[in-house]
Write a new protein. Sequence first.
Length: 205
Amino acid sequence: MFCLVLGVMPAFGGARDANSAPVTLYTHFQQEPAPPLVEAIEDELEAIMSPAGVRFEWYPLSDAGGRVSTQLAVIHFKGECDASGLRSDAGYPGPLGWTHISDGEILPFIDVNCDGLRLFVQRDLIGMPFAKRDEVLGRAIARILAHELYHLLAHTKEHAGKGIAKAAYSVEELLAGTLQFGKKECASLRSHAPRTIGEPSVQGQ
Ligand SMILES: [Zn+2]
């Protein structure tokens, strides 16, 4: 049902992936997060995007010079991306992430609202074992990031009825063990995946 179905066609999928270029992500955290949380963000984004054949290379924004990329995005993580100091109240913070648009064009600048996400999920997150909270919050952050990257990489402002490309998530979806793209969104990402410079494109076959 989900895009993992594409993973069972290794000859076809593998040939495409061989030509796909990594997407370079430059990250800036307003407040430096704990290493396990960063690891959880990177692992979850890879788990969400690899069925669509999208790979990533991560660098801090402070190390952005002198690199050639087929596709890049700059990610600003706003507020505290931190699973400590949670309270037992909850709130509805508005958008949890957004992608910048200028003259109708989707720009490669993404903001993730970590303060808003904490407020939204903290009442449930605080009920989880302390040792699991970084991982669970990191996964939730990765889902918001994957949603915004979908807009950028699939060149669309549209949303889907389910999965990562939904217009809004529940707390349960953000904190669940898995959340994936639907099959259609996954195929769209795959068809738009950046190609290695100089390699013939197999898109459209
Ligand atoms: Zn959206």
